[in-house]
Write a protein that binds this ligand. Structure first.
Ligand code: SF4
Ligand code: ZN
Length: 426
């Protein structure tokens, strides 16, 4: 039996017109995530008989139980079942939550995975909006847009801190497994990359082109995910992009990609490079997990993740950086990227590769520690991880430079970062 849901059962107006709408601090009734509380989203495949279609459960306090201006932890777990459903589709469905929730008037959603951020406005709550409606939206819209690949869907929203933290660990484990599926692939071994234009409603000229070694900057879509998404929805936001002629193998410039980007950005962007932050980097939108920036004095590059709220050596905090470069333009010297991308072999390879990395927040270093160590071994500097400065050494270029000298950071003996492009010295 196929379920068809035509209406989205929420007490507020609903549609793409509300997607870009912000909910300002003073108008917030309830906030989840955004660095204030743990918050994550997970779509997972389940057995047919374990899922009751349309069931939405809120475990823990809901909106009616809290005062205006409150914060709550939130875990949104969506279980999907069906004969055609595959594990490969989980990330594709999961990434839709962002715009589907945003369609509700008075509800703001930013990010994905474990950096999701919800703001529900006082006016939405006045109209009767509760957390349950987030589940109703997901259920209704998943059926509408992806009914062909699954039969049943149920949503559970958790708001108790302990439970959210426990489930968050499980979710992070699943994100990791998804990320690592791409591990063995290289950009050279495929003629086809995939576009992603999901974020154009916020950043109209933004076009992600996702290659095996350049995961989407939101961290939620890698090449395999885009490929699966195209298979499900051939006219959707993920289109195959033939690389075409390789115009610059070092910076990662491809004729076919440029042609696609020019069209998809309606003429705004004519060319960008996959492997550079210095020279015409890719466009950046507001949901990037990290932002890399050139540090000329240190002859290197720093990167900062969204969750780190402190100052950085480029003189800007993450929020300022995202606000400045996240509108879908090409900004030489700055580029958004995923956490996973840091340890992918093509990470800023055209600027000298990961050996240029001189600063990152301690929390990010810890999060990707295992892979960073592996990558250090791969480039022949097993203790490379310890050469990268963090806020413990300083948050200005002047503060971290003595440390970099002391540990003999490789960036200091590389050609000038703002000079010619250079191949990664392996
Ligand atoms: Fe797609 Fe890029 Fe937006 Fe991620 S950041 S959803 S890959 S357009
Ligand atoms: Zn985006």
């Amino acid at each position: 039996l196929k379920v068809t849901v035509t209406e989205v059962p929420v007490p507020v107006a609903y549609g793409p017109a509300f997607e870009g709408e912000r909910v300002r601090k003073d108008d917030v009734y309830l906030e989840c995530g955004g660095g204030k509380t743990p918050c994550f989203e997970l779509v997972k495949i389940a057995d047919m008989d374990a899922v009751e279609d349309g069931k939405v459960t809120v475990i823990g306090p809901d909106i009616k139980d809290v005062e205006p201006g409150s914060v709550l932890p939130l875990g949104v777990v969506v279980e999907v079942a069906g004969r055609k459903m595959q594990e490969d589709y989980e990330p594709i469905l999961e990434r839709q939550i962002h715009h589907l929730v945003n369609y509700a008037q008075g509800v703001m959603h930013i990010g994905q995975r474990d950096i999701a951020w919800y703001r529900i406005s006082k006016s939405a709550v006045e109209k009767g909006f509760t957390l349950e409606h987030i589940g109703k939206i997901i259920h209704a819209k998943f059926h509408q847009d992806f009914g062909a690949i699954f039969d049943k869907c149920q949503v559970t929203l958790y708001t108790e801190e302990d439970k959210v933290r426990e489930l968050l660990k499980e979710a992070q484990q699943r994100y990791k497994i998804r990320d690592e599926r791409i591990e063995g692939m290289t950009d050279e071994t495929t003629e086809i990359f995939y576009s992603c234009t999901l974020c154009q409603s916020f950043a109209p000229t933004h076009v992600c082109v996702v290659s095996p070694e350049r995961t989407g900057l939101c961290g939620a879509y890698n090449w395999l995910d885009c490929k699966a998404s195209y298979e499900i929805n051939p006219t959707g936001p993920n289109q195959p992009v033939p690389k075409g002629e390789v115009l610059d193998p070092v910076l990662g410039n491809f004729k076919g990609v440029n042609e696609f980007v020019e069209k998809a950005s309606r003429g705004a962007i004519k060319s960008y490079n996959f492997y550079s932050v210095v020279h015409d980097p890719m466009t950046t939108c507001g949901c990037c997990e990290c932002i890399a920036a050139v540090l000329p004095l240190c002859n290197g590059v720093m990167t900062v993740n969204r969750e780190y709220t402190g100052m950085t050596p480029c003189g800007m905090k993450f929020t300022t950086l995202a606000g400045t470069i996240g509108g879908g333009q090409v900004t030489p010297g700055f580029v958004g990227h995923s956490k996973y991308n840091i340890t992918q072999r093509k990470f800023i390879a055209g600027d000298g590769g990961i050996k240029r990395l001189v600063w990152m927040p301690k929390m990010l270093k810890e999060e990707i520690r295992e892979r960073l160590i592996k990558r250090g071994e791969e480039i022949g500097i097993p203790n490379f991880i310890d050469m990268i400065a963090t806020e413990e050494q300083g948050v200005t270029e002047e503060e971290i430079l003595p440390f970099l000298k002391e540990v003999g950071h490789p960036a200091l003996s590389m050609p000038p970062i703002l000079g010619e492009a250079m191949p990664e010295a392996a």
